[in-house]
Design a protein around this ligand. Structure first.
Ligand code: NAP
Ligand code: G4F
Length: 347
C-alpha cells in the first residue's frame, strides 16, 4: 500500500523539494496551502504538469486555525505529517513577534493535538516531523550538537524552541512517533528572496545584466553552516523511517561568513563584491546569532545521512539560476514590461 504524507508549508522551499522526493518514493502527497490574494504555488506548479495520479492534493488551511487542521487530518488520514509551515524569517519575527509565536510556536501544538486525538480515536498511529531549527542554539558556542544547551535570540527562535519541546512532550507523554530535525541553514535556487544567500545571488544576477547598481546588507561577519535544501529534505524523510523517534542535528559541519558567500557569488560572474556591497543599519537585527556551525556526527551515524552538495556547488547553482532569471527580466524590460523589486525593504 502506498503511504500518504501530509506536508504543511508545501509551497515553501523545503516543502516543494520534499513533495518531489516523496513522489519518487511512491507516496500520495497532500499539502496545506494558506489562502492568499495572489497564487502562492509557484514552487510546486511544475508538479501539476505530470500524470494526475502523482499530483499532490492541496487543502486550504492555516497553522493558526486548529479546527481546519483537525478536519484536514481526518480527511487525509496521513501515515506521516511533515510540519514545515512557519513564519520563517528571523528579522521579520522581531516586527511580528506575536504572530510568529502563534504560527511557528502554537501552530505545532494545534497540529500535534489534532494528530493525537484522531490517532487515538481510530487506533492508527501517525508519524510526525517538526521543522526545528539551528536558530534555537542562538548564542551557544559552536560547534552545536544535539547536546548543546539552547539560547534563542529572536522571537522566531523562541517560538521554534517552544515547538521543539511540545514535540518532545508529545513523544514522552503519549508515545507518539514525533521527531525534531534541528536543521542548520539550507538554501537553493528556490530559497525565499529575502534570506541573505538568495538576496546576494539575486543581486549578482541583476547587477551583472545592469538591472541593479548596489547591494545593501547587514552583518557581513555572521557565520552560517549552509547546506542544500535537496539534501536536507532527504534527512527529514529518513527521520520518519527509523525504528524509534528522535531529535537530530542536520548540518554540513562547515561554516562560512556572509562576506565569504558574497565574495564567491560575485567572483563567479567576474565581479568584486567590494565594488557593490554596502552595509546598511536597516539590515542589522536587535540581537544577532553570530556563529552557527553544526556537528552532524551523531546524525551521520544514526541516519546514515551525508550531504551530497557542497558549499561551492551550492553557490554556483544559485548564481547560475539567478543569472538566468535576471537575463529573462532584462529581456522583459527591454520589451517595455515592468520588472519590480520585491520585499518591503528591511529584510
Ligand atoms: P519557507 O520557504 O519560508 O516556507 C514556509 C512555508 O510555510 C510556506 O509554504 C508558507 O506559505 C507556509 N506558511 C507560512 N505561514 C503559514 C501559516 N500561518 N499557516 C500555514 N502555512 C504557513 O521556509 P523553508 O525554508 O522552506 O523552511 C521550512 C521550515 O523549516 C520552516 O518551518 C522553517 O522555519 C524551518 N527551517 C528552515 C531552515 C532553512 O534554512 N531553510 C532551517 C531550519 C528550519 P506561503 O508560501 O503562503 O508563504
Ligand atoms: O539568511 P538569513 O535571513 O537566515 P537566518 O537568520 O540564519 O535564518 C534562516 O536559517 C535558520 C536556521 O538557522 C532558519 F531557522 C530560518 O527559518 C531561516 O531559514 O540570515 C543569515 C545571516 C544572519 O546573521 C543575518 O544577520 O545573514 C545576516 N545578514 C546580513 N545581511 C542578512 C543580511 N540577512 C538577511 N536576511 N538580509 C540581509 O541583508
Amino acid at each position: 500500500m502506498a503511504k500518504t504524507a501530509l506536508i504543511t508549508g508545501i509551497t515553501g522551499q523545503d516543502g516543494s523539494y520534499l513533495a518531489e522526493l516523496l513522489r519518487t518514493k511512491g507516496y500520495s502527497v497532500h499539502g496545506i496551502v494558506r489562502r492568499a490574494s495572489t497564487y502562492n504555488t509557484e514552487r510546486i506548479d511544475h508538479l501539476f504538469a505530470d500524470d494526475a495520479v502523482t499530483q499532490p492534493i492541496l487543502h486550504y488551511g492555516d497553522l493558526s486555525d486548529g479546527s481546519g487542521l483537525r478536519r484536514i487530518i481526518e480527511q487525509v488520514q496521513p501515515d506521516e505529517v511533515y510540519n514545515l509551515g512557519a513564519q520563517s524569517h528571523v528579522r521579520v519575527s522581531f516586527d511580528q513577534a506575536e504572530y510568529t509565536a502563534d504560527v511557528t510556536g502554537l501552530g505545532v501544538l494545534r497540529l500535534l493535538e489534532a494528530i493525537r486525538d484522531y490517532s487515538q480515536r481510530i487506533g492508527q498511529p501517525m508519524r510526525f516531523y517538526q521543522a526545528s531549527s539551528s536558530e534555537i542554539f542562538g548564542a551557544a558556542k559552536p560547534p552545536q550538537s544535539i547536546n548543546t544547551p539552547f539560547h534563542p535570540r529572536s522571537p522566531y527562535a523562541v517560538a521554534k524552541m517552544y515547538a521543539f519541546w511540545q514535540t518532545v512532550n508529545h513523544r514522552e507523554s503519549y508515545g507518539m512517533y514525533a521527531c525534531n530535525g534541528l536543521l542548520f541553514n539550507h538554501e537553493s535556487p528556490r530559497r525565499g528572496e529575502t534570506f541573505v544567500t538568495r538576496k546576494i545571488t539575486r543581486a549578482v544576477g541583476r547587477i551583472k545584466v545592469g538591472l541593479q547598481k548596489q547591494l545593501l546588507l547587514g552583518n557581513l561577519d555572521a557565520k552560517r553552516d549552509w547546506g542544500h535544501a535537496q539534501d536536507y529534505v532527504e534527512a527529514m524523510y529518513l527521520m520518519l523511517q527509523q525504528d524509534a523517534p528522535g531529535d537530530y542535528v542536520i548540518a554540513t559541519g562547515e561554516a562560512y561568513s556572509v562576506r565569504e558567500f558574497a565574495e564567491r557569488a560575485f567572483a563567479l560572474v567576474d565581479l568584486d563584491y567590494r565594488d557593490f556591497v554596502q552595509t546598511d543599519p536597516r539590515f542589522f537585527r536587535p540581537a544577532e546569532v553570530d556563529y552557527l556551525l553544526g556537528d552532524p556526527t551523531e546524525t551521520n551515524r544514526l541516519l546514515n545521512w551525508h550531504p551530497k552538495i557542497g558549499f561551492d556547488q551550492l553557490v554556483r547553482e544559485m548564481v547560475e539560476a539567478d543569472l538566468e532569471l535576471a537575463r529573462q527580466e532584462r529581456t522583459l524590460l527591454d520589451a517595455n514590461h515592468l520588472v519590480g523589486l520585491k520585499g518591503i525593504g528591511n529584510e
